[in-house]
Ligand binder design. Structure first.
Ligand code: ATP
Ligand code: MG
Length: 359
């Protein structure tokens, strides 16, 4: 008789980013903060989706930037507290099974289903691609995402509202696979938190690297101070003694105070004096710069620690990718068994055995 109770297995999460370089406060608020919290409750896989950069940036000079971009992004991950002891950080292009599962999935979804997704059109527009220059792979990128999600057989996918449709598409692919070949995949769910969108420093658009309105997690205290001083406030307030409205959504200095200044009394007091025309923009901004720098200091400290240890970063990537590869092999063994293709199940292992022998 056994009285021991098995610990229930943690649900799996898959999420990640395309490696486009340094991450900013918008990434922190919109996804990184949540990821740090998810690590304890779930078994997290964080994908560095470098194959996805090929959809819009396939040229050699773009590919040459990936090494540095990946390094910067992993530094940011580690700096905010993503813990490689708890979570798996891996590089997508180093997982050959991804390419293979992508091809299998391509047969399980129709072209009109993909071209109807608004996200494809948005991505194409952002990359200056029109109907005639639209790469096959860009249309298919949600299928590649399905492979990313289902390869570790993830249950949950933290996404913003705009990506919810892709998780639904992944469920359709998983459902079809399971129905046609056999039960291999869980049907993943979108984990939609109330993901706030952080405005850029000029208040007109969301913070985005390509809009030149970002404060990076790796900015120095001086850079942060200078960017805060350029921030948008209330344009009707040309002098400190004119009453202003701190609650206008476009008054970003106060939006940032609300998010990043832990001293709520100070924020309320500044808002009150602002309404009465008793505080200048410079003081409001100086206090915001101080709060932001206090928030970023521990992040900078951890970033500096890892930045001095490039080998450690690479070890973390290798170990994470090894972990993911193990899962990928397990999943593909199930996929192969379920599909039962002669070439894959019988010819391939014998050829591989021959190649190993002659190596
Ligand atoms: P690019 O300019 O290259 O598009 P970006 O800075 O706009 O880069 P994305 O790669 O478009 O960043 O965003 C990746 C993810 O990061 C988004 O899906 C979202 O979850 C989060 N994110 C990015 N910017 C913000 C923001 N300003 N506010 C909240 N979340 C954000
Ligand atoms: Mg963007």
């Amino acid at each position: 008789m056994s009285t021991s109770t098995q610990p229930t297995k943690k649900l799996r999460v898959l999420t990640g980013d395309r490696p486009t370089g340094k991450l900013h406060l918008g990434h922190y608020v919109g996804s990184l903060k949540n990821r740090v919290a998810l690590q304890d409750k779930y078994e997290c896989f964080f994908i560095i989706a470098d194959l996805h950069t090929l959809t819009t940036k396939p040229r050699k000079e773009d590919i040459a930037k990936l090494r540095e971009n990946i390094r910067e992004m992993v530094l940011d991950y580690l700096a905010v507290g993503i813990d490689p002891e708890k979570s798996t950080i891996f590089v997508q292009s180093a997982i050959p099974e991804t390419y293979e599962l992508n091809l299998i999935f391509e047969m399980l979804i129709t072209l009109p289903r993909l071209t109807r997704l608004p996200s494809i059109k948005d991505m194409a527009r952002a990359a200056n691609i029109d109907e005639d220059t639209l790469p096959f792979g860009l249309v298919g990128y949600p299928v590649l995402q399905a492979a990313d999600i289902l390869l570790p057989r993830a249950h949950l996918v933290p996404v913003g509202k705009d990506n919810e449709a892709h998780v639904e598409l992944t469920r359709e692919i998983a459902r079809r696979f399971n129905r046609w070949y056999g039960e291999v995949f869980p049907l993943p769910k979108a984990l939609i938190g109330e993901v706030p969108t952080l405005m850029g420093i000029y208040g007109k658009a969301k913070m985005s690297k390509s809009l030149n309105n970002a404060i990076f997690l790796s900015d120095s205290p001086e850079e942060v101070q200078a960017k805060v001083m350029r921030m948008y406030t209330d344009p009707t307030r040309t002098r400190p003694d004119i009453p202003g409205d701190p609650d206008k959504p476009s008054n970003v200095v106060f939006r940032y105070h609300e998010i990043f200044n832990p001293d709520k009394d100070e924020v309320e007091e500044l808002k009150e004096r602002y309404r009465q025309g008793k505080v200048g923009d410079v003081e409001v901004k100086k206090r915001l710069a101080r709060a932001l720098n206090a928030f970023l200091d521990p992040i900078r400290e951890r970033r500096a620690y890892y930045a001095q240890r490039p080998d450690l970063i690479e070890d973390i990537l290798i170990e994470g990718t090894r972990r993911m590869r193990e899962e990928a092999r397990e999943t593909m063994a199930l996929v192969h068994e379920a599909m039962g293709m002669y070439g894959v199940t019988e010819i391939r292992p014998r050829v591989e055995a021959l190649l190993r022998r002659s190596a």
